[in-house]
Design a protein around this ligand. Structure first.
Ligand code: NI
Length: 155
């Protein structure tokens, strides 16, 4: 029993920390090659964006998604979606309430303008790179909710 416990102890201390709890590394992801799909493979679940690098005040975040998100907007910033894998639909709702959909394949991107309501949707899993300023909440303006993810978590 003791021996087994020792093995587990060694195992747990040599494993890298779970993605959920990684703080920003001192290098901020700079000066190195970053394998985006490799980073996504380390993510623990869907709708859990994690920062991989920073450029000035902007963050590059990887995320995998499946299913439907919620309508939200970011009143103080644009938001960029770059599709690395799968097929993404982003519904956009204008001030009059009319909805149109953007369809993005792997290798395609879209910039959602500041203040425009949007809702990502993935029929099957989609792998994404997001670019947005540091501090942006994934669920947009207003109160944090069940789907709000803590900010500035790295993978
Ligand atoms: Ni958004």
């Amino acid at each position: 029993m003791l021996k087994l416990a020792a093995v587990f102890n060694t195992y747990s201390t040599t494993m890298s920390a779970p993605a959920e709890t990684s703080p920003a590394p001192h290098h901020r992801g700079q000066g190195q090659s970053i394998d985006l799909l490799g980073k996504i493979a380390q993510l623990q679940g869907h709708w859990q964006p994690r920062v991989v690098a920073e450029m000035n005040d902007y963050q590059f975040k990887v995320v995998k998604i499946a299913g439907e998100f919620l309508w939200h907007q970011h009143s103080d910033t644009d938001e960029t979606f770059i599709v690395l894998g799968g097929e993404l639909r982003i519904d956009l709702r204008d001030a009059s309430g009319s909805i149109r959909a953007l369809h993005l394949q792997a290798g395609q991107m879209a910039v959602i303008p500041q203040g425009v309501e949007h809702k990502p949707f993935a029929q099957a899993e989609v792998k994404l790179l997001l670019i947005e300023p540091r501090g942006v909440a994934n669920t947009g303006d207003g109160e944090a909710g069940a789907r709000t993810v803590a900010n500035d978590l790295w993978v």
